[in-house]
Design a protein around this ligand. Structure first.
Ligand code: NDP
Ligand code: X2W
Length: 345
């Protein structure tokens, strides 16, 4: 299979290159950049000697569609919304890493992204690619909207509860923390070394664009689901997301039942690992891998469940899940090319 990577000079693109380099079924046919075409990947990433002979190309929709079976668009929101329809028009399948095709309601997109929504027909057609909980057969999908990093961590943590128990979804609080690579490679004051080093910041308070994405999925799972409380923090680390989720529970649940529900729900999901009762994951324990590690705690004093979920934002939260979706799209075992052990310490 032949793939093209658009946005190859960004962090998501670089992670796609790293993963696809050792994918036995894929050849990366071309690497694309809007500003550095004519140059080479190693100009941006000198450690990527394995692709040193590859020239970065300009973005020609027609050429990309002619040469490859699939395009990954690892481009910013607002860019993907214009790029992807052109690629689809030329008949190529696309996995988009941005937030542009995740929200079904264009008014929601415009309200949270402050930008014009893509065409409604394409929004309708796009499959939301939360790989463990796909609700359609993606072997025929033309466009997969790869989920956001925070929604991936939060939704994998919430799914079994929201799908199977009469919890009160309005009680959901998601307290999330991310590493700085979540902001991409571009230098901006907020992620500058002196701003971030030895510092902890809350940001996008009550206005994070992943809020409606999480709510949209939850309401598809449980008709009672509505609004959530979601907070996001920047932590002085390179990669990783931890979400700590709090939910009020019906009195009928016990810690044992809860644990069994999660074990059962994820028994066939290689990339979701439920931690032993009483132990809790840290972001380093999934660093560089496509795993999402989950822990549960039931607080009998408050009748609240606490779920802890960790992922690597660039892998399970972006490029890794995109490759997992690609594998599903092309009928390949989902683990192919992705069985990466976490890098620790
Ligand atoms: N970083 C993360 O953890 C995650 C990121 N995402 C999403 O994935 C996408 C890529 O993120 P990330 O790699 O971190 O971002 P970066 O800022 O690191 O990279 C963005 C890429 O887009 C390209 N680009 C910028 N402007 C344009 C344009 N006008 N036309 C075409 N290409 C353009 C840039 O390269 P060039 O100038 O060379 O064209 C660059 O390769 C974003 O939508 C992001 O929101 C999703 C989940 C997690
Ligand atoms: C640290 C940081 O800024 N993280 C980004 C993560 C979102 C992202 O990467 O993009 P998507 O919306 O495409 O998922 C943010 O909070 O907006």
């Amino acid at each position: 299979m032949k793939a093209a990577i658009v946005g190859a000079t960004g962090y998501g693109g670089a992670e796609l290159i790293r993963i696809l380099q050792q994918h036995p079924e894929v050849t990366v046919q071309s690497y694309h950049s809007s500003s550095q075409w004519g140059g080479s990947i190693v100009d941006s990433y000198p450690h990527m000697q394995a692709v040193s002979g590859k020239e970065l190309k300009a973005i020609s929709h027609e050429q990309i569609a002619q040469d490859a079976d699939l395009a990954f668009t690892a481009t910013p929101s607002g860019v993907s919304s214009k790029l992807v329809p052109e690629l689809l028009k030329h008949g190529i399948r696309v996995i988009d890493l941005s937030g542009d095709f995740r929200l079904k309601d264009p008014r929601q997109y415009e309200a949270w992204y402050n930008s014009k929504a893509p065409d409604e027909v394409i929004l309708e057609e796009a499959v939301y690619g939360l790989a463990e909980w796909l609700d359609t057969d993606v072997r025929n999908a033309q466009l997969i909207a790869n989920p956001g990093c925070y929604p991936t961590a939060a939704l994998l943590g919430l799914a079994p509860l929201v799908k199977h128990l009469p919890i009160d979804p309005a009680s959901i609080i998601i307290d999330a923390k991310t590493g700085v690579s979540g902001a991409g490679r571009k230098a901006v004051p907020v992620t500058h070394y002196t701003e971030m080093n030895d510092n902890l910041k809350i940001y996008k308070v009550l206005e994070h664009q992943h809020t409606p994405e999480i709510e949209q999925v939850l309401s598809g799972w449980n008709s009672n689901a509505g609004t959530i409380t979601f907070s996001t923090h920047l932590v002085p680390m390179t990669r990783g997301i931890m979400t700590t989720i709090y939910i009020d529970v019906p009195e009928s649940i016990t810690a044992e039942k809860l644990f069994e529900l999660y074990q059962e729900s994820y028994k066939d999901c290689y990339f979701v690992r439920i931690r032993k009762k009483g132990t809790y994951p840290s972001t380093k324990e999934v660093y560089g891998s496509n795993f999402c590690d989950l822990s549960l705690a039931y607080d009998e004093r408050t009748n609240r469940i606490m779920i802890v979920s960790v992922i690597d934002n660039l892998v399970k939260g972006a490029a890794g899940q995109a490759v997992q979706n690609m594998n599903r799209m092309f009928g390949i075992d989902e683990k192919t090319g992705l069985d990466l052990a976490p890098v620790y310490p």
